[in-house]
Design a binder for this molecule. Structure first.
Ligand code: COA
Length: 161
């Protein structure tokens, strides 16, 4: 059984992430979406909220598991029996950072490889912070995130006011 993990902050999950997840789920037998708990970034959603949003918009997938992790991604991959880390490559600008991370992760664990998948071109410049920013200024994010995330974003922004 080929198991992969798709790690990220997912603050919040976007259609770009779902595009990558969809591709990964057709290639691998099981894909863990691994929500990183301990990140340098200041997140607007708690880990539980991020997991709940992912859960609500991935109901149609039959071969994914949603989880969270602390510490090194290779250690978590090892723990769940994954031999592959999935990363999305959106543009050339992602490459250098991803290259460094993939080689560092290989240095940390030779048995785990990184597989890069490219999302649809419409999502090339999408990121969670772009989505948060558009929503914060009252813009329409319906093209970028699933409906449940749109609702949660509006709720969160209202709470913050
Ligand atoms: N569609 C839309 N947005 C995407 C995307 C896609 N397909 N792929 C990436 N993004 C966005 C993310 O939402 C994120 O947006 P943000 O910066 O506005 O929040 C941005 O692109 C960067 O994404 P990514 O590089 O995946 O960062 P991340 O913060 O989501 O995840 C970890 C990084 C958690 C996977 C990484 O830091 C990690 O593995 N940490 C654990 C410690 C460790 O093992 N470090 C590695 C040693 S080298």
């Amino acid at each position: 059984m080929k198991v992969a993990i798709y790690p990220g902050t997912f603050d919040p999950i976007t259609n770009g992430h779902l595009d990558i997840l969809n591709r990964a789920a057709t290639i691998f037998d099981l894909v863990y979406i691994a929500v990183a708990m301990d990140v340098d970034k200041k997140t607007i959603f708690s880990v539980d909220e991020r997991i709940q949003m992912i859960h609500d918009c991935t109901q149609e997938f039959t071969n994914i598991k949603i989880s969270h992790f602390n510490g090194l991604v290779v250690d978590y991959a090892n723990q769940v029996g994954a031999s592959v880390i999935i990363r999305g490559l959106r543009a050339v600008s992602d490459f250098e950072f991803e290259f460094q991370m993939a080689l560092t992760n290989r240095h940390l664990n030779e048995n785990i490889d990184t597989v890069f998948l490219m999302p649809r071109v419409d999502y090339t410049y999408l990121s969670s912070s772009v989505v948060r920013e558009i929503a914060r200024f009252g813009g329409d994010v319906s093209r970028f995130v699933p409906e449940n995330v749109q609702i949660e974003l509006l709720k969160k922004l209202r709470e913050k006011k």
